[in-house]
Design a protein around this ligand. Structure first.
Ligand code: SF4
Length: 351
């Protein structure tokens, strides 16, 4: 059972729920006029209003710092627009496309990389735009993988998702269907056996990548939602955004990765924070991110290791950003670092 009845969508709702003090109403109104607000019952139930460092509140309760735009921040931080041949579709890498089915989410992360696009009220991709996007996929045999994204595609009904999956099923060169979602965490009751069946039925290899940032998000309800996918034969991956004050500590990040693996979710990406407007207060330094990855490598199972990535501003795609454990070259020999930080020579010849 999810503990509260309705999604909190306005400053007045947040005050009434006791998540922010009434004297913050005016500043919250300024933020809500600029960016959407939504905290689902499942997430609100994980917030302790007496804990100023609650990791769920930090991610979803608006903060006036969101109105400060830092140098380098931009409306389209990962450059989707530069690779959008038709509405709702991003073709950045040769073998895969992003199909943005809807611009709504169950809850709005305050550091969202698409915060200038999501929750603006246009909702699902219109039928003619969806038809054009599917036509583009049909006409490009190099497209091996289609990633359903948004917004969050799992806010759509199982019937609508099944219809999209059926269209993709008929495209022989598409072999993989991947779904990017935060719904199993934000609204776990939406993940029904019917939803899992709707995705699985399409006959492609289906993967679900769940956005999770803190171990507290993996509530018993969220774990059951994730298990519904795995039990239906859909492997789960995770995507985590490195967020200051939420998961930028090695113990928290390690606990998150272990909890994911225990839930049969393979840690996939740790994203360095994108340059979305008003999100500087959430970003760590890359140097700190690398030190966290080094700590994970030193203390946790190989199953618990995500790849630390940066989306290159301008639309140039993701790049793994380390850390590196090998220095040198074939000619002069290498030095390789072990999990305790000790360095060892490695030579492939005796010269
Ligand atoms: S779920 Fe994803 S798209 Fe939606 S608000 Fe969070 S980061 Fe943005």
């Amino acid at each position: 059972m999810e503990p509260r009845a309705k999604t909190l969508r306005s400053p007045a709702d947040l005050i009434e729920a006791g998540l922010v003090p009434p004297e913050k109403l005016a500043e919250l109104e300024r933020i809500a006029a600029r960016y959407p607000v939504a905290i689902t019952p499942a997430l609100a139930g994980l917030i302790d209003p007496l804990d100023p460092d609650n990791p769920i509140a930090r991610q979803f309760v608006p903060d006036v710092a969101e109105l400060d735009v830092a140098r380098g921040e931009r409306e389209d931080p990962i450059g989707d627009d530069a690779h959008a041949p038709v509405a709702g579709l991003v073709h950045r890498y040769p073998d895969r496309v992003l199909l943005k089915l809807v611009d709504l989410c169950a809850a709005y992360c305050r550091f969202c990389f698409r915060r200038e696009r999501v929750g603006r009220g246009s909702g699902a991709l219109p039928p003619d735009a969806l038809a054009a996007a599917l036509g583009y996929i049909r006409a490009h045999p190099e497209i091996w993988e289609v990633i359903l994204s948004g917004g969050d595609p799992l806010v759509l009904s199982a019937r609508r998702l099944a219809a999209v999956a059926a269209e993709l099923e008929a495209i022989a060169h598409v072999k993989i269907l991947r779904v990017h979602t935060r719904v199993p965490i934000a609204a776990p009751s939406r993940v029904t056996p019917a939803l899992a069946r709707a995705l699985k039925r399409c006959g492609k290899a289906v993967y679900v990548a769940v956005h999770v940032n803190h171990p507290l998000e993996l509530s018993p309800e969220a774990r059951r939602a994730c298990a519904r996918f795995v039990d239906a034969g859909i492997p789960l991956l995770s995507q985590t955004v490195l967020v200051r004050g939420v998961n930028d500590e090695a113990g928290v990040l390690g606990e998150l990765m272990r909890t994911l693996v225990e839930c049969r979710i393979k840690p996939y990406y740790l994203h360095h924070g994108d340059l979305a407007p008003g999100t500087a207060h959430w970003r760590t330094t890359i140097e700190h991110g690398r030190s966290l990855l080094r700590a994970l490598h030193g203390r946790y199972s190989g199953l618990c290791q995500p790849t630390y990535v940066l989306d290159i501003p301008g639309g140039y795609g993701k790049a793994p950003i380390g850390p590196d454990y090998l220095e040198g070259d074939e000619r002069n020999g290498y030095e390789v670092e072990d999990f305790r930080g000790r360095r060892h020579p490695y030579r492939t010849t005796d010269d």
